[in-house]
Design a protein around this ligand. Structure first.
Ligand code: KIV
Ligand code: ZN
Length: 518
């Protein structure tokens, strides 16, 4: 049995790019994945699960490229307990400084009977073979018992023993369906570690889903049970209600070091930046009252709290905004601000751009400063994200004018550029947004369902930029995209076109309407 000592190091395994990206609409482009991996590596994440290489060529390419570029973290590729999956994962992590194959199989009776249609003994054989295959390819092999928390404990121990015997170096026992309570989850680790003979040869890992809102509590209870790796995602994105949130786990351990004497090695001042980046890349807004990274997480509204804060910040603050990298929202600059000031603002926000990107974003900033009195940090971040998201777009908005008001029908006149050609269209709609989307549809016929249309203000004030999120579904694939602009209708058009661009990048067929070419 591994000796657990105070201030034990807890390994942070981030699965934002795999389990996180798996949730509806959170698809990221290769560039977005590379940017997220760079920030995760920079903040000290130990293992980045970069994708599921057999799932698609895009996933394979992302895992391989992240493996090639990442300087510090171990790069993991996911594989089912199938030889072809494991071979593909091995190929994808081949160029990593440190590569890991993470292979999993279901172990609960309900999964074996209805999904796998295999006996318990057959699954043990599969574990022995597939873990050994992975171990032939890489030194570092993680094995997961899918639906571990609903698995008979005797059988779970047999599976873990088999995986360790075959060479697994990390054993992950996920609460796949978010069903466990903290007491049960901690006890499961204690029991498995006590009963499996060679348990000390592997690091045990927690992986919790948030269906009952217990993912973080369960993960921490797993540590008490002897686990020393935590699988989590930035902003808690993931299947259904999501995964345990990285920032919550890291800050809970740091803030309550008195009762959780562990060390995660994470630079917590990068948490806010990582949250914003993932929110934009995955097009997943962060709820206002989300712990650590929500907009209200450090806002004190009531008179009594404000009074206490003014007298002594610790009266109502258990951690400082600075400790999670939150600078006070500052008024940035106006139209007279120069390139040098803008550049230094970007570096203060942790954003680095190539010279070309910088030039482009600076021009957009000047344009915005002409139209908007105060330009805030959030405005600049929205500009940068828009720029990165649209740099390689096939379809671009050229111009838009809309007739709106009480007397319908509302009418949109739009010009776009697609594959180097310009198209224009006029369309009516039941409201201005409908007219805008109808004009796009007329120019770029496509077969999709609009699953989400959401508007929020980037900052306060009536001249604030509107940020629009649009989710489109084409067949089995759904993508979400955002557009930002002081004009809500322009932001809506940008968001819709950005979603079409993402679909087009994912090889969904879009047709330019030749009749409308000008
Ligand atoms: O939730 C789960 O069980 C998983 C496994 C693939 C580890 O994501
Ligand atoms: Zn999961």
């Amino acid at each position: 049995m591994a000796n657990i000592t105070p201030k034990d190091r807890v390994v942070i395994f981030d699965t934002t790019l795999r389990d996180g990206e798996q949730c509806p609409g959170a698809t990221m482009t290769l560039d977005e994945k590379l940017a997220v991996a760079e920030v995760l590596d920079g903040m000290g994440v130990d293992i980045i699960e970069a994708g599921f290489p057999i799932a698609s060529n895009g996933d394979f390419e992302a895992v391989s490229e992240i493996a090639r570029r990442t300087k510090r973290a171990t790069i993991a590729g996911l594989a089912r307990a199938i030889p072809a999956d494991i071979a593909r994962a091995g190929e994808a992590v081949r160029h990593a400084q440190r590569g890991r194959i993470h292979t999993f199989v279901s172990t609960s009776a309900i999964h074996l009977a209805h999904q796998m249609r295999k006996t318990q003994d057959e699954v043990i054989e599969i574990i022995l073979k597939t873990v050994a295959q992975a171990r032939d390819l890489v030194e570092d092999v993680e094995w997961s018992a899918m639906d571990a928390t609903r698995t008979d404990i005797d059988y779970l121990c047999r599976c873990v023993e088999a995986a360790i015997r075959a060479g697994a170096t990390t054993i992950n026992l996920p609460d796949t369906v978010g069903y466990a309570t903290p007491q049960e989850y901690g006890a499961m680790f204690r029991s498995v570690r006590e009963r499996v003979p060679d348990a000390d040869k592997a690091i045990f890992s927690v992986h919790c889903h948030n269906d009952l809102g217990l993912a973080v509590a369960n993960s921490l209870a797993g540590l008490e049970g002897g686990a020393r790796q935590i699988e989590c995602t930035v902003n808690g994105i993931g299947e259904r209600a999501g995964n345990a949130a990285l920032e919550e786990i890291v800050m809970a351990i740091r803030t309550r070091a008195d009762v959780m004497p562990y060390d995660t090695g994470i630079d917590t001042t990068m948490l806010t930046r990582a949250s914003k980046l993932v929110s934009h890349a995955a097009n997943f807004p962060v709820q206002y009252n989300k712990a650590i990274v929500g907009r209200n997480a450090f806002a004190h509204e009531s008179g009594i709290h404000q009074d206490g804060m003014l007298k002594h910040s610790e009266t109502y603050e258990i951690m400082t905004p600075a400790s999670v990298g939150l600078a006070k929202t500052s008024l940035v600059m106006g139209k007279h601000s120069g390139r040098a000031a803008f550049k230094s603002k970007l570096s203060e926000l942790g954003i680095s751009l190539s010279d070309n990107q910088m030039q482009d974003v600076f021009e957009r900033f000047k344009d915005l400063a002409d139209r908007k009195k105060h330009v805030y940090d959030e405005d600049i971040e929205a500009l940068v994200d828009q720029n990165l998201a649209t740099a390689h777009d096939r379809i671009k908005l050229v111009s838009l004018s809309v007739i709106a008001g009480t007397r319908g029908p509302q009418r949109a006149t739009m010009k776009i550029e697609m594959d180097g050609r310009t198209f224009t269209e006029e369309a009516d709609g039941n409201g201005p947004v409908d007219a805008v989307f109808n004009a796009i549809h007329a120019m770029v016929p496509h077969d999709t369902t609009l699953e989400l249309y959401q508007v929020h203000a980037v900052t306060e004030g009536t001249d604030a930029q509107a940020e629009v999120s649009v989710r489109l579904k084409a067949g089995e694939r759904s993508v979400t995209a955002r557009g930002a602009d002081p004009d809500t209708l322009v932001a809506s058009a940008k968001a819709y076109l950005s979603a079409l661009n993402k679909l087009s990048a994912a090889s969904v067929r879009l047709h330019a309407q030749h009749a409308a070419v000008v």
